[in-house]
Ligand binder design. Structure first.
Ligand code: FES
Length: 423
């Protein structure tokens, strides 16, 4: 069933107590804040550098905020609810009077901790003590957790992690063969509908904030999935699958550029997805920095959702990004281009971390670390694991049409289950 979130009343969230931000039911906390001009929303865990959302798809962690009393919640994957209390982390007071803001001005060229205050020794020791006392992220929850999450144990033939293009293709094909498949994704229904028109799998668990795979736990290994503490229904699932299909996709890493961590520097793919989701055009000036033709195509798609003409610049032409509390301009050999957002379009890298956790062997493939597989997608593993592990889609480097690869993988899993007997 399609989401009906577009027609509900406007919502309000409170940011750092003093700021009321209007939102729509299609917003995440991050999209509402960015649209309201709160680009710098928190500070980094080590040197208190000012931070804003980067990936906008739940991958990087730079958008973590305290939401309804829960620390370290990713604002870019948290759906807005009316009256939410949102607070920045690692700050010492409201914006404007927070003394940590001095850092942005004193170290406007960035903090190089390999060389800063290395000598004299006493100054270095002082700096280290100060940095360590500041280190950490957020503080403990200030809410009592009254309801324990619903705990379920599942033993599917196949667990599919990721309901993007290839995950959906595979889950559907396996379901059509009568195989017991459960699919998990950290995104919400609207995010998946925006991502692709393909129908969603039957047994689908959404908004899972944490998914971990523990091959050495107990006798048969366990996958644990938990919903975000800010979600409407609290779930904790222990899953004991025979096969795991990793359809984890890829992510846009940052680009090596001076001051690439300034608030307002975002991933182009995440920005596109956010604008498609909210249905609202971005009125601010945007510079897109590309590396390859795929990045240029992304810029073309992004233009449909931005009111002003985009300035597209090749990565190799950029000298620096300019700004202290947020990005203000991009400087190249031929001039300075003022902007409020810089959208980076690097080559996507495989989202391999959960694959490694589940036991997959990975190797650098030029884009990042990808699972080593045979032609069907069966993963090599670093040691014996209690499940059969498969990788699909852009995690394996398949960019667009995933159908052939998905078909081979489905045939191979079906043959395995047929040989062993379906549950
Ligand atoms: S995790 Fe939210 S911006 Fe990256």
């Amino acid at each position: 069933m399609a989401s009906d979130v577009g027609n509900r009343a406007p919502l309000k969230i409170n940011f750092d107590r003093d700021h009321v931000i209007e939102a729509t039911p299609r917003d995440t906390v991050a999209s509402a804040m960015l649209r309201a001009g709160h680009v710098a929303c928190t500070r980094s865990p080590k040197y208190r550098r000012v931070r804003g959302p980067y990936c906008l798809l739940g991958d990087c962690g730079t958008c973590q905020l305290r939401i309804d009393g829960h620390p370290n919640i990713r604002a870019c994957t948290t759906i807005v609810r009316d009256g939410m209390e949102v607070a920045s982390q690692n700050t010492f007071g409201p914006p404007g009077v927070d003394p940590t803001g001095l850092i942005d001005h004193v170290f406007s060229d960035g903090i190089d901790h390999h060389h800063m205050m290395v000598k004299p020794r006493i100054l270095n020791q002082l700096m280290q003590v100060t940095a360590r006392s500041l280190t950490g992220f957020g503080t403990l929850p200030d809410v009592t957790i009254e309801a324990t999450p619903t705990h379920r144990q599942l033993r599917p033939d196949v667990l599919v992690i990721g309901a993007g293009t290839s995950g959906r293709l595979i889950a559907h094909a396996l379901e059509a063969r009568g195989i017991n498949v459960h699919t998990y994704d950290r995104r919400d229904r609207l995010a998946l509908e925006v991502w692709s028109q393909q129908p969603l799998p039957k047994h689908l668990e959404l908004e899972m904030g944490v998914i971990g795979a523990y091959p050495s736990e107990g006798n048969g290994g366990r996958v644990v999935a938990a919903s975000s503490p800010c979600g409407e229904d609290q779930r904790l699932h222990s899953i004991y699958p025979r096969h795991i299909v990793l359809a984890l996709g890829s992510r846009q890493p940052t680009m090596l550029l001076p001051r690439n961590d300034l608030p307002g520097v975002v991933a182009a793919r995440g920005l596109l997805h956010m604008l498609q989701r909210t249905g609202k055009k971005l009125a601010a000036p945007v510079v897109v920095i590309t590396r390859d033709p795929a990045g240029e195509r992304l810029a073309t798609r992004l233009q449909e959702h931005v009111s002003q003409p985009l300035k597209v610049i090749a990565h190799t032409d950029v000298r620096e990004l300019v700004g202290s509390d947020r990005v203000r301009a991009v400087v190249t050999a031929t001039g300075r281009f003022d902007c409020e957002f810089v959208a980076l379009a690097p080559t996507p890298a495989p989202a391999h971390e959960l694959a490694v956790m589940a036991g997959a062997a990975v190797a650098f493939d030029g884009r990042g670390f990808a699972p080593l597989t045979d032609d069907t997608g069966r993963c090599q593993t670093t040691s014996p694991v209690p499940w059969d592990l498969w990788a699909s889609g852009s995690l394996r480097g398949v960019a667009d049409d995933h159908s052939d690869q998905a078909r081979q993988l489905v045939e191979a899993i079906t043959a395995d289950i047929g040989a062993a007997g379906a549950t």
